[in-house]
Design a protein around this ligand. Structure first.
Ligand SMILES: Nc1ncnc2c1ncn2[C@@H]1O[C@H](COP(=O)(O)OP(=O)(O)O)[C@@H](O)[C@H]1O
Ligand SMILES: [Mg+2]
Length: 234
């Protein structure tokens, strides 16, 4: 699904990504861990075609990133730190807008269904500007999946969510996984990573520091490997 080789990203003469090599297969659910400033969001932005690599090769579904930005965008649901929602619009209006943008059929029906799925039916027609951070995040999740993309790119998706919303998000990820969706999720939440991901990639100083499979859902393994790679403790 994703092939990254020798990916380098410089900004203001500073090396942010220093040669990332990473292959992610279709249907994998991968957590990206690493300290603040490691380059995790930058990596996701490159994959989401929001910023251009300085050098290196990136392919998504066999398509080279450089020449296929529009096709690649349609394959993805990208959830960044900011919600991308229009705050004067209601959840329904926002989701119909994005649904139409992606050219999906029955955008309104799908929007109503998704708002229900994220537990906010009661607020279907309220402007998003009155919403709490967690409510906005729920609608942002619905926005990211409205076109049923085969690839999800999630940047700290659990931040600001209450327990109910965490379960909703995890169910969304797992039910999309069951349909073959690939997920790449930046997180600081080891528990969520261990619970829903089948592989962990640790990024440090713009490089892959570790990359391992989660055989059983072992939270201890994630903490131990993170401490070893990032904090130098064994
Ligand atoms: N547009 C930019 N120009 C200059 N430096 C940037 C830019 N974007 C990110 N950086 C720097 O790159 C590093 C990695 O940022 P980021 O990918 O957001 O880290 P992470 O998501 O792992 O916390 C940080 O030191 C950040 O300040
Ligand atoms: Mg980040």
């Amino acid at each position: 699904m994703i092939e990254i080789s020798k990916l380098i990203k410089k900004a203001d003469n500073k090396l942010i990504l220093r040669g990332i090599d990473l292959k992610i297969g279709k249907g994998e659910t991968v957590a990206i861990l690493g300290p603040n400033g490691a380059g995790k969001s930058t990596l996701l932005k490159v994959l989401a075609t929001l910023i251009k690599p300085t050098s290196g090769l990136v392919k998504i579904n066999g398509l080279e990133l450089r020449n296929n930005q529009m096709k690649i965008k349609k394959l993805q649901g990208y959830l960044p730190h900011s919600s991308l929602l229009y705050e004067h619009y209601s959840p329904l209006e926002n989701l119909v807008f994005f649904g139409n943008l992606y050219g999906i059929k029955n955008a309104e029906e799908k929007a109503v269904e998704l708002v229900k799925e994220v537990g906010l039916s009661f607020f279907l027609n309220e402007p998003v500007k009155n919403f709490s951070r967690g409510m906005i995040q729920r609608i942002a999740i619905a926005r990211a999946i409205i076109h049923e993309p085969p690839l999800l790119l999630l940047d700290e998706p659990h931040t600001g969510l209450d327990q109910g919303a965490i379960s909703i998000l995890n169910n969304v990820i797992l039910s999309m996984k069951a349909k073959g969706t690939t997920t790449l999720m930046v997180t600081h939440d080891f528990k969520q990573a261990a619970d829903i991901c089948d592989r962990i990639v640790i990024i440090k100083n713009g490089k892959v520091a570790d990359d391992f499979r989660m055989e059983e859902k072992a939270l201890d393994t994630v903490s131990e490997k993170y401490q070893l790679q990032v904090e130098g403790v064994s």
